[in-house]
Design a protein around this ligand. Structure first.
Ligand code: ZN
Ligand code: FE
Length: 253
């Protein structure tokens, strides 16, 4: 399985999934069609599927143009089919679905929106997390509750540690500033930040991250860490209380 990030809009990524065996090609979250078409043309590829993690414009903006041009089928969450333009294949929570010679599983992760899903390729250890889990951050809570977002993040946290995380935006460097401000003694984070800065200075994507890195460095995954709790003066608070505090602070960071 080949996965290629396509920068779209200002800081979005669409991801081309190319199955070299079955010759099936998909794109995850095409916010716009033009850069996706340019890539497919250059590589002489067709497009079979469009996969949407959620209904926001910067994830579905290219749906209809791509569908028309390639006769591609649009795949999304069953409970959000009214909000996913052009949806053809509506999948439910925990459903497994064949993508070429691979199989993906739907993991329902509400919070950012109420119809947000993760596309999880268990055998390939790949997760497309949209705007729920970012590298070193998490999405804003627009439609769900803090509890929903926290439990969605925990669903991802419980996947195998070597899962590669492909998220919806290149927010990593900015997110890292928030993490380090409250977790300044985290050596793993310090070294990850060096790596991020190097990649960004060469205009390279910071995706994919690994779940292991996120668990060790992403402050939203560290709500039980004593250092984090102490820098928030929340030593006696529960993980969900710490999470709520972090999310509020990040909204105004
Ligand atoms: Zn979004
Ligand atoms: Fe987004």
């Amino acid at each position: 399985m080949q996965i290629i990030p396509i920068p779209c809009l200002t800081d979005n990524y669409a991801y081309i999934i190319n199955d070299n065996i079955s010759k099936i090609v998909g794109v995850v979250d095409p916010s716009e069609a033009t850069p996706v078409i340019a890539f497919l043309k250059k590589k002489n590829l067709q497009l079979n599927y469009i996969l949407n993690t959620h209904h926001h414009f910067d994830h579905i903006g290219g749906n209809l143009e791509l569908k028309k041009m390639y006769n591609a089928k649009i795949v999304g969450f069953e409970k959000d089919k009214k909000r996913i333009p052009g949806i053809d294949i509506a999948l439910t929570d925990n459903e497994c679905w064949k993508f070429g010679s691979f199989e993906l599983k739907i993991i329902y992760i509400p919070g950012h929106t109420l119809g947000h899903i993760c596309f999880y390729f268990e055998n390939e250890k790949v997760a497309f997390t949209g705007d729920t889990l970012f590298s070193l951050g998490c999405g804003r809570i627009f439609e769900g509750t803090y509890e929903q977002m926290f439990s969605s993040l925990n669903k991802i946290k419980n996947l195998p540690k070597d899962t590669k995380i492909y998220c919806g935006h290149e927010y990593t460097e900015k997110n890292s500033e928030f993490c380090i401000s409250l977790d300044s003694r985290n050596k793993k984070l310090i070294s990850k930040i060096n790596d991020i800065k190097l990649k960004r200075s060469n205009n390279l994507p910071t995706v994919p991250s690994s779940l292991k890195d996120e668990i060790e460095c992403n402050i939203f995954f560290r709500c039980e860490d004593e250092q984090v709790k102490s820098s928030l003066k929340m030593k006696n608070n529960t993980p969900i209380e710490v999470f709520m505090k972090l999310r509020d602070l990040k909204d105004n960071f």
